[in-house]
Design a protein around this ligand. Structure first.
Ligand code: HEM
Length: 401
């Protein structure tokens, strides 16, 4: 019997053999710890559409709604889209998404100029880390611009965003929870001040336009976002635009190094987009999506009790041979949008188009400015981070043009 041990160093460095064995022998697998892991593409798609699965924090989680009054992390979690269920989720998602999509659509020139400026600042170095020296500043500055955060405080924003992102993995200690709570409290008060500023002087940014949405609505209507909704979901959007994105840039460049002939053959923007999309299918930054069963259900012939936790392994689904021909091969000519990199269904990622702009923009700019590029180390080191596939770093040597 195959076991699922996400902390095992062999699994951290290469989870795919374990996923393949599970998918074949036990696609709905109960771990020793008592949670379930689903590895088959079709079952995951089916589950993502199943209304008997809830996103609300589990009964025994420190983020459960009963801790809202005593714990700021639980209070925020129960107010942001990834932890909400319909009907509250449906309405908040609709209101946020309307403004977010419009704002993101205007970001391409800003992202290009941010990438250009950061590369210009790196030109005196012939070696740097694609993630921390390039991906992180590109993602932070683009998210600051999108939301409307003035161009200062980058360091503390990165710290808050990294701590906030621990909400998407099991919280390991009281100390970790305390640090997360502290970061959330500080981030909330920072955005509260920004909202007051934007109320007096609105700009064309996400935060001003979200305030506008709330104020244009009838106060008695449910179709409105409160100030707290705006703050908490802007924290979510900010961190979503950084934590997976900077690491994903490292993953994309690693795939360029592994597939030089394919990369050399591409020219057009949509070729780069297909390249990025294939790199993320093969090494999806988000590997597991968590859900709780609201009732007893049967999945893939397996009975699952009410209130049990299940992880939908999108990293495994994206390499399912029943869905993708030669799934472990890098092939930019696959039919579009079959992968689950950004989830699917009612909680699917709202930022996919921005990710595409950030990653293709950063990749195209980098390769337009360097002549020769090689990794400093041949072996890739992946972070031991539950539910994610993140390179620790990706250092390259470059010759600038
Ligand atoms: C490489 C980068 C990214 C990856 C891999 C990623 C992946 C995902 C996935 C898999 C989900 C679904 C989670 C679930 O079903 O429980 C999700 C949700 C979400 N993502 Fe992303 N994301 C990325 C970047 C972004 C960006 C840049 C934004 C914002 C601009 C964003 C905003 C969101 C939001 C708001 C949700 C919650 C949607 C909901 O629950 O209704 N993401 N993301």
């Amino acid at each position: 019997m195959t076991s699922f041990k996400p902390d095992n160093p062999a699994f951290v460095s290469n989870p795919y053999p374990t996923y393949a064995k599970l998918r074949k022998s036990e696609p709905v697998h109960r771990t020793r710890e008592g949670y379930w892991i689903v590895t088959k593409y079709d079952l995951i798609r089916e589950l993502l559409a199943n209304s008997e699965l809830s996103n609300a924090p589990a009964k025994f989680s420190v983020l459960h709604a009963r801790y809202r009054d005593s714990n700021v992390a639980a209070d925020l979690a129960n107010n942001i889209l990834p932890f909400l269920d319909p009907p509250e989720h449906t309405e908040k998602r609709r209101l946020l998404n309307r403004v977010l999509q419009k704002q993101m659509a205007e970001m391409r020139p800003a992202i290009e100029s941010i990438c250009g400026d950061i590369l210009a600042s790196l030109r005196d170095q012939n070696e740097f880390d694609v993630i921390s020296d390039y991906g992180t500043p590109v993602s932070i500055q683009s998210m600051m611009q999108l939301i409307g955060i003035p161009p200062t405080h980058e360091k503390k924003l990165k710290k808050w965003s990294a701590l906030f992102f621990y909400l998407f993995a099991p919280i390991r200690s009281a100390q970790e929870l305390a640090e997360i709570e502290h970061a959330i409290a500080e981030f909330r008060s920072f955005l509260t001040e920004l909202i007051q500023l934007r109320k007096k002087n609105p700009c064309n940014d996400l935060i001003s336009n979200l305030i506008g949405t709330s104020e244009n609505n009838d106060a008695n209507s449910h179709s409105t976002l409160s100030e707290k909704d705006i703050i908490d979901n802007c924290i979510l959007i900010f961190a979503d635009g950084i934590e997976n994105v900077d690491r994903a840039l490292g993953t994309c460049v690693a795939h360029v190094m592994e597939n030089p002939a394919i990369f050399a053959s591409i020219n057009e923007v949509d070729d780069y987009e297909r390249f990025v999309s294939e790199a993320l299918r093969l090494d999806s930054p988000a590997q597991l999506i968590a859900r709780i069963s609201k009732s007893d259900i049967t999945v893939g012939g397996q009975h699952i009790d009410k209130d049990s936790i299940r992880f939908l392994a999108i990293g495994a689904a994206n390499r399912d041979p029943e869905r993708f021909d030669a799934p472990d091969e890098f092939n930019i000519d696959r039919p579009a949008q079959q992968d689950l990199v950004f989830g699917a269904g009612r909680h699917s990622c709202l930022g996919a188009s921005l990710v595409n702009m950030q990653l293709t923009g950063a990749l195209m700019r980098l390769f337009a400015q360097v002549q020769l590029i090689s990794p400093v180390k041949d072996n890739l080191e992946w972070e031991n981070r539950f539910g994610h596939r993140w390179l620790k770093q990706y250092r390259i040597k470059v010759n600038w043009l």
